[in-house]
Design a protein around this ligand. Structure first.
Ligand SMILES: *[C@@H]1O[C@H](CO)[C@@H](O)[C@H](O)[C@H]1NC(C)=O
Ligand SMILES: *[C@@H]1O[C@H](CO)[C@@H](O)[C@H](O)[C@H]1NC(C)=O
Ligand SMILES: *[C@@H]1O[C@H](CO)[C@@H](O)[C@H](O)[C@H]1NC(C)=O
Length: 305
């Protein structure tokens, strides 16, 4: 009898672990028998069903990461595609999601401080209190990805690199190539690759933020995919590894940060520039002094000889 029960349990265990395929687009998902529906644990007893043939909505991913107490994103900096473009300087928060996985327009991170976000979940207004009104979710229709690749031994052929990147975006992130609008740009000296993902301003089905978020994880942390291979395009047999990524968001309506906040950032940049200039001058000054010392010392040494 005991042996029989053990056998039944063992068969059950094999079925439970062996029956369902895993979720290829989300490494943390659980796919349980008998339905094999994969779901993501986003909170205590919050199990979000997933479609594993598509990228998981960014809102669900952020919620999961907060739940899993993951570290925040690193601070990012760089140049803009248009004046109204902005980057995510806040990092991660615990978002409120619609059942579809879309971000709610107003986010409060479980506090009394709230702000309005775009469809990529990135803050686009100043922070306010709980009474803040966010009329609608403003769509992000253009995302610029600025990738920096690691140093390579032989220079990369830019046309081959450009098509390798475009192909990777289609194959890895399931994004139709029609959304890679302008040609992929490449600056070999700076090792920078610029990719512009765009959609029609009225398009509410294509979600560019998922592609950007999966790519950020691929470059900065670990891939969200079950398969942990990195985003490494191969150019003429040479594997190109990425070392950094910066994402710009362009919304259908420009963001409404006040100038007060923006000048804070500009002042900080100016201070850094001034510090760099002062440091540079100091180096030049010290080098000159040393030179002078040497040139003064030399004749005396000559005399001594
Ligand atoms: C899952 O995503 C794929 C790709 O976007 C889509 O074609 C399919 O209809 C989705 N399935 C469900 C059940 O929503
Ligand atoms: C959200 O709250 C968490 C703590 O619960 C904090 O670590 C995080 O920085 C907050 N994020 C933002 C964008 O305010
Ligand atoms: C780059 O590759 C393309 C296509 O393979 C080729 O036509 C072109 O001549 C190459 N350019 C250089 C500078 O090697």
């Amino acid at each position: 009898m005991k042996i029989w029960i053990a056998l039944v349990l063992a068969t059950f265990a094999v079925c439970a672990t062996g029956q369902c395929p895993q979720c290829s687009t989300m490494k943390w998902a659980m796919c349980d028998v008998p339905s094999c529906q994969c779901s993501l644990t986003m909170g205590v007893n919050v199990h979000q069903p997933l479609n594993c043939t598509a990228l998981v909505p960014k809102c669900f991913l952020m919620k999961t990461e907060m739940y899993r107490a993951k570290a925040g994103l690193s601070t990012r900096s760089g140049g803009k595609p248009v004046e109204s473009a902005f980057v995510d300087n806040d990092g991660i928060y615990d978002p409120d999601c619609e059942t579809t996985g879309a971000f709610r327009a107003k986010q409060c991170n479980n506090t009394d401080t709230c702000w309005c976000v775009n469809s990529a979940g990135v803050r686009r207004t100043d922070k306010g209190d709980a009474s803040l009104k966010c009329e609608k979710l403003v769509e992000t229709y253009w995302v610029r990805l600025q990738l920096k690749h690691k140093a390579v031994s032989t220079p990369l052929n830019s046309s081959v690199l450009q098509s390798a990147i475009a192909t990777a975006i289609q194959a890895r992130y399931f994004l139709d190539l029609t959304h890679v609008k302008e040609e992929v740009q490449y600056d070999p000296d700076a090792r920078l690759i610029f990719v512009d993902l765009k959609k029609e301003k009225t398009d509410r089905t294509t979600d560019l933020s998922r592609v950007a978020y999966y790519m950020e994880k691929d470059v900065k942390l670990d891939p969200l995919f079950l398969e942990q291979a990195r985003l490494t395009p191969v150019v003429n047999g040479q594997t190109v590894e990425m070392e950094d990524i910066l994402v710009y968001y362009v919304d259908v309506d420009p963001p409404t940060f006040t100038m007060k906040k923006l000048t804070g950032g500009i002042i900080a940049v100016i201070v850094v520039v001034i510090l760099a200039v002062v440091a540079g001058l100091l180096v030049v000054f010290l080098a000159r002094r040393r030179e002078q010392k040497y040139s003064k010392a030399e004749p005396r040494e000559m005399e001594a000889l």
